[in-house]
Write a protein of this length. Sequence first.
Length: 214
Amino acid sequence: MKFFLDSANIDEIKEIADLGLLDGVTTNPSLIAKEKAQKNFEKTIKEICKIVKGPVSAEVISTDYDGMIKEALKLSKIDKNVVIKLPMTPNGIKATNYLYKKKIKVNVTLIFSVSQAIIAAKAGAAYVSPFVGRLDDISSSGLDLISDLSEVFMNYGFHTEILVASIRNPIHLTESAKLGADVATLPYSVIMQLFNHPLTDSGITKFLNDWNKK
Ligand code: G3P
C-alpha cells in the first residue's frame, strides 16, 4: 500500500519524507489555501516535487472544459511527477479522457459512488479518490464504498488505482488496507497516530527500568 501525504505544508512533507514513508503527495485548493499559497501555487507544487520522488496531485480550479485543459497542461509542465486532479463532473471526465490520450496522469477527485468511479476509470483516470470521511459525515459508509470499488475494479481489471482520501483516523487506513486499496492519502496527524500503541510505550519504559536495575 502506498502512503501519500494529504498536505501542501512543506515542513510536514519534509518530515514524512525523512521517515522514509512518503510515496507521493496530494493537494487540493483548500490545502493550498491553508498554506496561503494560492498566488504561489505552481512554485509550491515545484517545491513539493523536489522533496517527493513520486506522484504529486495538483488540482485545477476551472470548472469549464477549456479552462481545465489549459490549467492541466500548464501544471503538467512543472514536473514529470505531477498528476492532474480533476473533479468528478462531465467536464472533468471529458478532460480526463483528453489528458489520458496525451499520456498525462489524472486523479479524479470527489468520488462518492461506484458509478462515478466506473466512469472515471473508463475515461482513463490513473487514480480515483473516494472520500471516506465525508461519506461517514453524512451517515453513509466510506469503507463500504472502498469495498465495492475493490470488487468492481477487480471484476474488470481496471488499471485505475483506488486512492483513499478524506481519511480521518487509523481505522480508515487499516480497513482500506484490508480491502486492498492501492493508495491511502493521509493527513500528517493521522500518519503520526499510526505509530501509537500504549503497550509499545509501557514496553519501552519496562525495558529501560529493567536495564537500570542494580
Ligand atoms: O484528499 C481529500 C481530503 O483532503 C479531504 O479531506 O478531511 O477535508 O474530507 P477532508
